[in-house]
Design a protein around this ligand. Structure first.
Ligand SMILES: Cc1ncc(COP(=O)(O)O)c(C=O)c1O
Length: 441
C-alpha cells in the first residue's frame, strides 16, 4: 500500500461505489453516509447528470490557465454563486480555488492587499477565534485555533499577525450565557482596540464546524461583530466552507442573521460541488473589488488550478441539481427530523448535548453528565463510536477537542439532503447501538 494516509495504524476500506445516500466498499459492505463524508455531500453520490456535465466540459476544453484565458463556464458559475449569496454581493466577484484551505488563504491575502491598496498598510493582523478550524495550509492553520490540528506546527505558524479571541459555545459558555453574544463580541472590540487600527480582517465560521461541532452563535453576536468590523475598517470574512451552500437550511449560514451582519467576504468549498470535483470559492463584495481595481488593478495571488474548467462545470451542474430538487429547502425541512431523532440519544449515559441547524448536527459526549466532564482523550470515545457505527453500516464524523482543543468528544452529522425521514430515524437508532457499545467497553 503506497498512499500516505491520515492514520498509519488503520486499514481503510476500499470505496468502490456510491449511489444516493449510500456508499459501498470492496468487501461488499454498504454504508449510509450520515456525515456527507465530512459535511461535503448535499446532493447524494453517483449523480450521473453531474458526471455527464463534467464530461461535456472536458470534451470542449479540459484546462486553461487563468493568466491566459477565461472560460464561459467559470463566468456562468461565478454569476450563480454571487446570486446565491444574496444582494450584499451584487456587483461583486468570485475567485475559484481547489478547496477550503486554498480559499481561506486567498481571503487572508485579499484582505491584506485590500487594506494596503485602500491606504492602510499598517493593517496587517488577522483576528480569528480560539476554537476555529480554517484549514490545513500554514496561513489557514495560523488563523485556526484547533489545538489538535495545530500544536505540532506552532513554530511555523506563530506570528503576531494572527490573534485569537474566544468564541461562543453556549453549552460551555464562558459568560454563563448572561448576555454572552455581546460579551463575546466585546472580545473582538478589545482586540481591535489593542491593535490600534492594525486589523486587516476578522475571520469566523458562522456556525462552528470541525472543532466545536455545529455550535450556533447567541443572538446579536454577528450583528455586533459586523458593526465593529465596519467601525474599525477591518474586513469581515465568513468562513462558510462547511456551513455554506445550503447545508444549514439557508443559502448561507450568515442568512440566519440580520442583513447588517452580512460579511464583506464569504469563503465556500465542500458543498459547492458536493465533492464531485475539488472546488472552493472566495466571494467578494463590490466595494472590496473596487479598491483593487482603483489601486494596483491586480490581485497578487493565484494557483495553477484556480477556476479549473472541470471543477466549475461540476459546481454549475451541482447547483442545477440543487435548484431542481429544492435541496436548500429540503435541508431546512429535515431539521425537525434530525432534532427529533438525535435528541432521543440524550437518554444515553454518555450523550451530553445534541445541537445543530438544517443538516449540520453534533452529538457531544461526556464521561459524567452532572459535571459535564469529558472523556479522557486517550479513551478515543468519539472515534470508537464512529467505528462501531461504521461496522453497523452508518458513517459519522468523529472529532475530539471541543472542550479546550484537546479534551472533548463529539460526532458531526451532515447527511446529503436527499436522505429520507425514515433513513434519519434508522441511522439515529444505529448510532444509539454504537454509542451503547462504546459505553460498555
Ligand atoms: C470551516 C472550514 N474552513 C476551512 C476548511 C478547510 O477546507 P479543505 O479541507 O477543503 O481545505 C474546513 C474543512 O473542514 C472547514 O470546516
Amino acid at each position: 500500500m503506497s498512499v500516505l494516509h491520515r492514520s498509519l495504524r488503520k486499514t481503510y476500506p476500499i470505496a468502490v461505489r456510491g449511489k444516493g445516500v449510500y456508499l459501498w466498499d470492496a468487501a461488499g459492505h454498504k454504508y449510509l453516509d450520515f456525515s456527507g463524508s465530512a459535511a461535503v455531500n448535499l446532493i447524494g453520490h453517483g449523480n450521473r447528470k453531474i458526471l455527464r456535465s463534467v464530461l461535456r466540459q472536458a470534451e470542449k476544453i479540459e484546462f486553461v490557465h487563468t493568466s491566459q484565458f477565461n472560460t464561459g463556464v467559470a463566468e456562468k458559475f461565478a454569476d450563480e454563486v454571487l446570486h446565491f449569496c444574496g444582494p450584499a454581493f451584487n456587483g461583486g466577484k468570485v475567485f475559484f480555488t481547489c478547496g477550503g484551505s486554498e480559499a481561506v488563504e486567498t481571503a487572508i491575502k485579499l484582505a491584506r492587499q485590500y487594506q494596503v491598496e485602500s491606504g492602510f498598510p499598517k493593517r496587517n493582523r488577522i483576528v480569528s477565534r480560539q476554537q476555529a478550524y480554517h484549514g490545513a495550509t500554514l496561513g489557514a492553520l495560523a488563523a485556526s485555533g484547533n489545538k489538535r490540528r495545530r500544536d505540532v506546527y506552532v513554530p511555523l505558524v506563530k506570528s503576531e499577525a494572527f490573534v485569537h479571541i474566544g468564541m461562543p459555545y453556549c453549552y460551555r459558555c464562558a459568560y454563563k450565557c448572561n448576555d454572552c453574544g455581546r460579551k463575546y463580541a466585546k472580545e473582538l472590540e478589545l482586540a481591535l482596540n489593542e491593535s490600534k487600527g492594525g486589523v486587516a480582517a476578522f475571520l469566523a465560521e458562522p456556525m462552528s464546524g470541525a472543532t466545536l461541532g455545529a455550535v450556533f452563535p447567541p443572538e446579536g453576536y454577528f450583528e455586533r461583530v459586523a458593526e465593529l468590523c465596519r467601525t474599525h475598517g477591518a474586513l469581515f470574512v465568513a468562513d462558510e466552507v462547511m456551513t455554506g451552500w445550503g447545508r444549514t437550511g439557508k443559502n448561507l449560514a450568515m442568512h440566519h442573521f440580520d442583513d447588517e451582519a452580512m460579511p464583506d467576504v464569504v469563503v465556500l468549498a465542500k458543498g459547492l460541488t458536493s465533492g464531485y470535483l475539488p472546488l472552493g470559492a472566495v466571494v467578494v463584495k463590490k466595494s472590496v473589488v473596487d479598491a483593487l481595481e482603483k489601486g494596483s488593478g491586480s490581485f497578487m495571488h493565484g494557483f495553477t488550478y484556480n477556476a479549473h474548467p472541470l471543477a466549475v462545470a461540476a459546481g454549475h451542474a451541482v447547483f442545477q441539481a440543487m435548484k431542481k430538487e429544492r435541496l436548500v429547502q429540503r435541508a431546512a425541512a429535515l431539521e425537525g427530523s434530525m432534532r427529533r431523532e438525535l435528541e432521543k440519544l440524550l437518554d444515553c449515559a454518555s450523550v451530553g448535548d445534541v445541537r445543530g441547524k438544517g443538516l449540520l448536527w453534533a452529538v457531544e459526549f461526556l464521561s459524567d453528565k452532572k459535571s459535564k466532564m469529558p472523556f479522557a482523550p486517550e479513551m478515543q470515545f468519539a472515534p470508537r463510536v464512529a467505528e462501531a457505527s461504521a461496522r453497523r453500516g452508518v458513517l459519522v464524523y468523529p472529532m475530539q477537542g471541543c472542550v479546550d482543543g484537546m479534551l472533548g468528544d463529539h460526532l458531526l452529522l451532515a447527511p446529503p439532503a436527499i436522505i429520507t425521514r425514515d433513513e434519519i430515524a434508522s441511522a439515529a437508532a444505529t448510532l444509539r447501538e454504537a454509542i451503547e457499545e462504546a459505553e460498555r467497553a
